[in-house]
Design a protein around this ligand. Structure first.
Ligand SMILES: Cc1ncc(COP(=O)(O)O)c(C=O)c1O
Length: 387
């Protein structure tokens, strides 16, 4: 039995989206900028997909810019807005310590180019406080970028509240909704934000395609210069099969969300309580209330998360850790550290992210094998620490 519990890393492409992409690869080869029949067929398909992606987040189709994924959408939002706002003299940007590298490293790059940046702390639940944002805002703040749902622990930030604070001081607000779009309702107007990044491969669409939503009227410097595609905002011949796959996946996510979200949260809670009750010295990281329905992040005391990941993989179960391998050493997750967890606990933590293919039988299987694996790893680490 192979069990995939790493849906926050990526999801398999839905067969309906895959079939539409195959048809597009074969039949819709025209360049959407061409005026002839072939070009117009491709353009019509892109327009349909744009409407579907816009509907997923409560936006207007004309406000959607297709990108090569979530990373590009985040880069485009932050760099594009910062560059466009440079003339106003505002040179301060705010983000949080829980963000994806697509945001954090963009902030670092802008800091090197003279932008003043503030990285907000998080509380132990993994939530950014309104007071912290209020205190960090200045008259120079150009943009605030705080993610909607976190990829490692699944926590959902109070975006509407945070955006109100930022907008009250005249700053733009960007949110990385890569891990929320398709999982929970996302409505750009209700969130009160200006810029939103999403990525199709997190909701059963293909990799290499995402979108930036930019509220009408928000000025952005173009991300790529070249042709006039995407209303002059993102040049380059469109990835028609990718865009079509994203559109179908968005449509499917909308129709399935009401059923899938409660099903996944029931399964996730079953997994979580099963692990907590059958494996001693385990704990959930981050808020258990404000979370996307498919994610849990659990620390296993005295276990190297990487060892547990490998042991589970050998038994056919795919999970992930938040640690990053940099120059041969394992760096504990910056997300867990930003929440104030010790490096030790951060290195003991595993993310389980559920999705469409998971069922009770799989969850019960994982719960049944974990106590044995953890006992074995703990006994090995006890032997190791005596030497
Ligand atoms: C929160 C978040 N933002 C951005 C990204 C980057 O998206 P993509 O893989 O489409 O570049 C990811 C992907 O892991 C993510 O989880």
């Amino acid at each position: 039995m192979r069990i995939y519990l790493d849906h926050n890393a990526t999801t398999p492409v839905d067969p309906v989206a895959a079939a539409a992409m195959m048809r597009a690869l074969q039949d819709l080869f025209g360049n959407a900028s061409s005026v002839h029949y072939y070009g117009q067929q491709a353009k019509a398909a892109i327009d349909d997909a744009r409407s579907a992606v816009a509907a997923l987040i409560g936006a207007e189709p004309s406000e959607i810019v297709f990108t090569s994924g979530g990373t590009e959408a985040d880069n485009f939002a932050i760099r594009g807005a910062a560059e466009a706002l440079e003339v106003t003299g505002r040179k301060h940007l705010i983000t949080s310590g829980i963000e994806h590298e697509a945001v954090l490293n963009t902030f670092k790059a802008l800091a090197k180019r003279g932008w003043k940046t503030t990285v907000l702390p998080l509380d132990a639940r993994g939530i950014v406080s309104s007071d912290a944002l209020r205190d960090a805002m200045t008259d120079d703040t150009a943009l605030v970028s705080i993610m909607h749902a976190n990829n490692e622990i699944g926590t959902i930030q109070p975006i509407a509240e945070l955006a109100t604070i930022a907008k009250g001081r005249g700053a733009l607000f960007h949110t990385d909704a890569v891990q929320s779009a398709g999982k929970i309702p996302v409505n750009v107007r209700a969130l009160g934000v200006d810029l939103v990044a999403i990525s199709a491969h997190k909701f059963y669409g293909p990799k290499g395609i995402g979108a930036l939503w930019a509220k009408r009227g928000v000025r952005l410097s173009p991300f790529l210069s070249g042709g006039k595609q995407e209303r002059n905002r993102r040049a380059g011949t469109e990835n028609v099969p990718g865009i079509i796959g994203a559109g179908i996946a968005a449509q499917l996510a909308m129709t399935k969300m009401d059923v899938d979200a409660p099903r996944l949260s029931t399964l996730r809670d079953r997994l979580e309580s099963g692990i907590l009750s059958s494996v001693p010295n385990t704990d959930v990281n981050g808020s258990r209330d404000a979370r996307v329905p498919n994610t849990t992040n659990i620390s296993f005391e005295r276990i190297e998360a990487e060892s547990l990941l490998i042991a589970l993989d050998l038994e056919g179960v795919a999970v992930s850790t938040g640690s990053a391998c940099s120059s041969g050493t394992l760096e504990p997750s910056h997300v867990l550290k930003a929440m104030g967890l010790s490096s030790h606990r951060a290195q003991n933590s595993i993310r389980f992210s559920l999705g469409a293919s998971n069922n009770e039988e799989q969850i019960d299987h994982v719960i049944s094998i974990l106590p044995r694996i953890v006992t074995k790893l703990r006994s090995l680490s006890a032997v190791g620490s005596r030497n």
